[in-house]
Design a protein around this ligand. Structure first.
Ligand code: PLP
Length: 413
């Protein structure tokens, strides 16, 4: 069977058809909905054919930008043909692409499709619910100093009158402990990055979410450095907002992202950016009577969407689900283990936590002998692609990378 022949079962394409209730959907998503040729054993050699970058480079830089697959490119090309030769995009065509993508995204994060919005980037997926939440005078938000700016700037710029309580996290102190110290009765929300962009350390969302629930505080999560690499089941977590762009661990394309808003939070949000596509139109022939607004997170998708992004992203969501988030995480941890061991043996210094509990797909280190910048230049010249960030070297392998590729990197350190 060729990859293009793998079709999504009806259950995934349209889960509402098969499930009457949320509970039934949640039960369904816990079993495998995708019939997969990869399930038993990952066929890395064949999977790599979907990633043409593997013929050019040793690409270990998914925390920066994930490479596009042939499947996504073909899907985008098909849509470009439609734009060029047919042009008229019907409501049905639009909605079927959107809904399938929403369903796949819901499955990947462990949510109901009604909780999923398709937005343009991680920032937007945080900013929309942040602005839609009422912020009483004197309330405050807890956020992390030194976290990626996408989860810092919006709080500073959009909420100038809300107090910011910054937590500084070092290796000895978990985010949870810092939040406990910073919290007071006026705290309205805590916002964190699931996985830190630099060190790769991972927040325990279960424990933090339970704490937020107990204290009646909303939890916002920037998930871009985890989703696609690490398993996630939001139905088990007290997370109110989770936002993740496609561009890194989900292979893109850029300009499309998943915005999860929990049912609980949705019912408490104001309608700050509702637009004409927030309405439940029956057709695109009559616009004189405005219909009721959607009751789902999609009410925040205010107008025409990035359909090229949706077409590409849909293929990548299918791929991630076909391979299996559990298998992907296992494989990334396997490669990470080899990498850490090899780097340790050469005397490297680590910024990343080395255990799998607190770690992620990111391994950040400094080499023993030469400057990080020089080693980065040498690796780039040898077509081994990693990131140089804040004086450190950041390696971020994905499931289709091989042991040989890790070995090649280690040979250069
Ligand atoms: C933790 C984190 N959040 C967000 C982003 C990007 O945000 P956006 O998708 O809004 O451009 C990055 C990109 O480097 C990141 O590392």
């Amino acid at each position: 069977m060729s990859y293009s022949e793998i079709r999504m079962p009806e259950k995934i394409r349209n889960p509402h058809k098969n499930t009457a209730t949320n509970e039934a959907l949640l039960r369904l998503k816990k079993t495998s909905l995708v019939s997969s040729i990869y399930k038993k054993e990952m066929d890395v050699e064949n999977i790599r054919k979907l990633f043409p970058i593997t013929t050019e480079k040793v690409y270990l830089n998914h925390a920066s930008t994930g490479p596009m697959t042939t499947r996504a490119r073909n899907a985008i090309n098909k849509l470009l043909d439609i734009y060029q030769f047919e042009s008229d995009i019907t409501k049905e065509f639009l909605e079927s692409a959107e809904e399938e993508t929403r369903n796949l995204a819901a499955q990947l994060v462990g949510a109901h499709p009604d909780e999923i919005g398709l937005v343009k980037n991680t920032s937007q997926g945080l900013i929309i619910p942040m602005n839609a939440l009422g912020w009483e005078a004197g309330s405050n938000v807890i956020l992390r100093k030194g976290g990626f700016p996408a989860n810092v700037c919006p709080w500073i710029y959009n909420l100038p009158h809300v107090e910011k309580r910054y937590i500084e996290v070092n290796n000895d102190e978990t985010i949870l402990e810092s939040c406990k110290n910073a919290l007071c009765e006026r705290t309205k929300a805590i916002t964190v990055d699931w996985v830190d962009f630099l060190s790769g350390s991972r927040v325990d969302l279960k424990r933090l979410g339970d704490f937020c629930q107990e204290k009646n505080v909303f939890l916002f999560v920037d998930g871009i450095q985890g989703l696609g690499a690490l398993q996630l089941d939001l139905s088990e977590l007290n997370v109110d907002v989770f936002s993740a762009g496609a561009t890194k661990w989900m292979f893109g394309p850029q300009g499309i992202a998943i915005m999860y808003i929990s049912k609980k939070l949705l019912s408490q949000l104001n309608l700050t950016n509702a637009g004409w596509l927030s309405a439940q139109w029956e057709n695109f022939h009559h616009f004189s009577e405005i219909p009721p607004i959607k009751q789902s997170t999609a009410r925040y998708e205010e107008g025409t969407k990035n359909l090229l992004g949706i077409f590409g992203f849909r293929e990548h969501l299918k791929l991630l689900l076909e391979v299996g988030p559990d298998k992907i995480q296992e494989r990334i941890f396997h490669l990470r283990g080899l990498l850490v061991k090899g780097l340790k043996d050469t005397g490297c210094v680590f910024l990343s936590p080395l255990d799998n509990e607190r770690g992620s797909g990111i391994v950040t280190f400094k080499p023993p002998k030469e400057a990080s910048e020089e080693l980065h230049e040498k690796l780039t010249k040898n077509n081994i692609i990693i990131s140089y960030r804040e004086g450190w070297l950041r390696v971020s392998p994905h499931f289709y990378n091989t042991e040989e590729e890790i070995k090649k990197l280690l040979e250069n350190v």
